[in-house]
Design a protein around this ligand. Sequence first.
Ligand SMILES: Cc1cc2nc3c(=O)[nH]c(=O)nc-3n(C[C@H](O)[C@H](O)[C@H](O)COP(=O)(O)OP(=O)(O)OC[C@H]3O[C@@H](n4cnc5c(N)ncnc54)[C@H](O)[C@@H]3O)c2cc1C
Length: 432
Amino acid sequence: MTLTNAASPLAGALARNVSGPVLHPGDSGFTEELAGFQLGLQHRPDLVVGARDSADVRAVLRLAAAQGVPVTVHNTGHGMRFAAHGGIVLTLRRLNAVVIDPDARTARVGGGVTWDQVVTAASPYALVPPSGSLGCVGAVGYVFGGGISLLGRSDGWASDLVRSFTVVTPDGEEREVGPDDTGAFARLRGSGPSGGEVVTGMTIGLLPEGPLVGGGLTFDIGATSGEGDPAVLHAFREWTDAGLPEALTPTLRVMSFPNLDFLPPSLRGRRIARVAVALRGSAEEAEQLVAPLRKAARPIEETLAPMRFTEGARVHAEPDDPGPYIGENILVDALDPAALDSLAGAGGPAMVIMNIRHLGGALARPAAAPDTVQGRDARFLLAAVSPVDPIVSLTNPAAAHNTSSPGWALEPFAAAKVGVSPGFCVGPRARG
Ligand SMILES: Cc1cc2nc3c(=O)[nH]c(=O)nc-3n(C[C@H](O)[C@H](O)[C@H](O)COP(=O)(O)OP(=O)(O)OC[C@H]3O[C@@H](n4cnc5c(N)ncnc54)[C@H](O)[C@@H]3O)c2cc1C
């Protein structure tokens, strides 16, 4: 069922029972309320409701359930896969409280909190959360997929640190879900909510900040018009196969840039490989550890340096501007040399950014409580992202997915596939 007009009884009941904004299409603030990181999809609900607190979430779910109206949850939009047409979109960004307990070493975070808010709040206590490459990702949405942090090999899955979730069930009841609630706790840590649940808060463990060295080594591996030199890619494989300390979490990113004026001259028409490095250790240790990569090729840029966790975005140096994109991934237990050759030479119709995250270490250890995380048995996560035409995507997401999915770039690695990580499967796609 959808709401057909602004004066529907449900819209009126929501306006009376919810303290946050209740907006119809055309209302001032409607479009802004639906803003997000993914520009290849756009929710088109009959109403958007901005929850201010857990009571708002309970009221929205209860009133919508009574009328059979679907509710879609929207936070930062990083992980959007589908756009809602009709019904209610419930936004969570006002559930933004962060409370640090320095003695218990935990953070109590609202359902709409982003990692950079937690990093900032924990920093005065020399504590850090298990946050990832980009601080503007939602903390709760991230742990639904397990959550691979900057220091995943040292610190384990982010979901391993979750103590409890506060969940509002589709009928509007609130309950605390922790290790005693084995089934739901396992599902939320690795697979996420089911059947319309909304997580309004979570308590998660923090880690001592300690010394961090982070940054990247960037290599030019050839012109986009020709085959790239795979030497650095092979050096990364040999380096990781030889065994790295758990304190080190490296990621290899391979990109080919079109020859377009808006790009810096050093990137125009070039194939670039960048190894992002995060080390719980000293600058000297980092230098020794990356020596085999330097031996393989001379970097065109190096940013490896001691840093605070508040500067963690420099490790992966990902763009933080919203855009239209599709992300696919596979988990593998080995990097096939022939597949790396094809990655160095991959042109393809769409520009693909391939991130090869080295797993293992603490990410391979079993969780203290059962979970549904994918990837403990994998050595690498290959996450491919490509831009998508926003116009095609907004009018026909399934067609945009068929033409722009970067899945083809993962195929050469598929012989070593052991799974797929749901958290890195994002952007427009066919339903079902
Ligand atoms: C640029 C980029 C960098 C990333 N880096 C990392 C990384 O380093 N490590 C990592 O593990 N992952 C990473 N991810 C993946 C990211 O963790 C997932 O995309 C995650 O789903 C984002 O959650 P969100 O709440 O920010 O996004 P949203 O798109 O708002 O939410 C994602 C899904 O979760 C649901 N949801 C979100 N919050 C709630 C809630 N409180 N209650 C109920 N449902 C909710 C939404 O309805 C939606 O279906 C990255 C993604 C991007 C795009």
